[in-house]
Design a protein around this ligand. Sequence first.
Ligand SMILES: N[C@@H](CCC(=O)N[C@@H](CS)C(=O)NCC(=O)O)C(=O)O
Length: 223
Amino acid sequence: MKDSKLIVTAFDWVPGFAQGYVRDLRVRWALGEAGFSYDVEVIPQGKQKTPAHLKRQPLGQIPTLDIDGRIMVESGAILWRIAETSTALLPDDAATRDRVLSWVFAALNTLEPPVGMLATLELFVNDKDAAARLRPKIAAMVTGVLGRLVATLGEGPHIVGNFSVADILLTTVLLDVPDDLLTDRPSLRAYVDRHTGRPAFQKALAGQMKPFAENAAKYERAS
Ligand SMILES: N[C@@H](CCC(=O)N[C@@H](CS)C(=O)NCC(=O)O)C(=O)O
């Protein structure tokens, strides 16, 4: 992959609440940690369901990763594929790789769904009374997992041994957790700060934000 032509898709703009959280961030971050250079193709906001993009991403979402003309979709699959090619993201020994893969799925399959539901209640449910009634139940699902994460991490800097692809996925999902659920969990906040302080994260974030700033006037005029 190091010598491949890599192209990541991203949006040219998203509303403020999503800026810095769009899932191309994790792909850019992983590529940066692996030391792979890549190009970015920006998709105009609202054009993700056009035939041209659906041909590449049947669900009409971003991100995608084009590897020498081969297209991958789903950020988790993309990150695992990148990690397999770089010891910066995945160690050589089989036992540790299995643990890292387990935590990749924990981030995507156990933590991200209830965190996503909280965001949906907050941002996309118009019936605010219904959202307020549902929130405690979903928040309890999130905090249950957060509690186990705190216990697993202890004082450790990373979720499994050295920094790995699992830390990228856990950190990017934890970034979506509302502040009030992290207040009493300083070790998780420190975990997020430690990982978002990495130069590759900062570069990925700046890369995602750049087109948003460039295109803000166009979208704000249209709304
Ligand atoms: N499970 C997918 C989720 C991708 C996803 O939800 N992408 C969002 C941006 S973060 C998107 O493209 N939303 C626009 C849409 O669904 O129309 C992944 O991890 O790649």
